[in-house]
Design a protein around this ligand. Sequence first.
Ligand code: HEC
Length: 498
Amino acid sequence: MIVRRSIGLFFVLLLSAGCGSDKPQGSNSSAGNDGSAGKGGGASASGGAPGSAGESELGGNHSVGGSPASAGVEQTGSELTYYGDVAPILEEHCLQCHQDGGIAPFRLDDYATAKAKAGAIAAETAGRTMPPWSVTSDGSCGEFSGSLALSDEQIDTFSKWAKGGAKQGTPRALSKPALPSLGTGTLFKSPQFTPIIQGGPLTEADEYRCFELDSGVDAQKFITGYEVTPGNPEIIHHVLAFLVDPSAKTELSGEPNLTNAQLMARLDAESPDRDGWPCFGMAGDGVGVNAVPVVWAPGQGPVEFPVKSGVPLTPSDKIVIQIHYNLHDMSLVGQSDQTSIKLRLADEVERVGLFVLNDPFLNTLGDDTPAQLAPGKASVKYNWSQKLADFGLAEVPDVQLNGIMPHMHQLGRKYQLQVSTASGNTCAADVQNWDFHWQRMYFYDKPRTLDATTVFKVTCDFDTTSVTEPVLPGWGTSNEMCLATLYLTVPVQTVQSL
Ligand code: HEC
């Protein structure tokens, strides 16, 4: 049986040192609320591969290509078929989305459609925009579970098949993976809400809003997975959920007796005609957060925490949902959203999970001169490093790093996480082709055990050629971030004995 007070202390320690919002008092509310109208000028990135090979290239091309001197048809791929060569790759890497009921807009489990898309398939896979899997997974930088990444050979197969006329082969039944689903869980919903652009340099076309919900449980549980379904995906930039102890004191030093419940009620009352309250980094200015069990950005499917781990949820907890609404496209102004979060709950776990959100770049907003990215450059790097000790975890035995979610905004290009421990420095995540539209948690097949000397080093690489003014860190979609969301776990006994 877990002693609640210890967990609380543990998380507070962790979060007060480690969160992206950990800025000097008051900077949360001072930024982004100065009322100037948003310009709504964000670049909307298109997900298409450069130079997508036109599908027309293939239309009716049944000739056997290749030079006459070629040793064999294999050179040209003319022998490669859908059922024989391509479908085995689709079954493993594509059909979870590209089937009836899947999230992709067309099926690939059907020869005719796949043939019609052969050129696009070759181009998207060669450009590594499909399947959506951002982290390098060739073993050079971390080994990830459920990797969708293709080998060079598989990419080559798509390309040769397309060039060779996208032949059919001998029809057979394909084995389709089940559609990704969390299974049963408890549903939490944000209210139907119409965001309003807050304006100002840091939230030019955005609104951040927090909503308070009851835990819905009558005994201690652990959150072992989640699934977020935005009601209106076009206006949702990200969704976070925080666990807040309503009877704990807030982080506002000026009011030592104020509880989180009182503070949240006060924040909520400031805009009686609208649900919730404004909140940037975390759950609102001064509200103490115990844990961050849900981190969601576009492209993230259902999440199941690894190594039989979970985040503790206590009956008295309040679940605060933070939604970042993004109205860059002015035609979306006036639209509303109701987002659902499904939580999978268990009675017991082997390890306790902690999400640590860390962005020292964003934190410089609290400095006299915040960090800036120089405009007009193909590569502007921001580096930061943070010790495990900074999270209050250096003394805790058997802390594992089990997952990472890189996060930048539209100007992000590359991203790397290095982790150094007493046994050396290792590459823990590498993104070569950042795609803002596909973000997710990446969990390790082989978790890393951390020690007291552990240091996390992150390098974000931005392309600022599209902008003429220096870029500030910030919460708006046209500002930038260099955020690492780390999923750490500790044995459940460790937490009990703390
Ligand atoms: C996680 C879900 C998912 C997986 C896995 C996935 N796709 Fe996609 N794919 C999508 C979605 C959604 C789109 C729609 C465009 C977008 O949102 O980027 C798409 C778009 C595409 C397109 C662009 C079509 C066009 O003409 O614009 C191609 C081609 C494609 N996928 C091929 C593949 C192939 C080949 C694989 C496997 C090697 C694959 N996809 C795996 C979800 C997925």
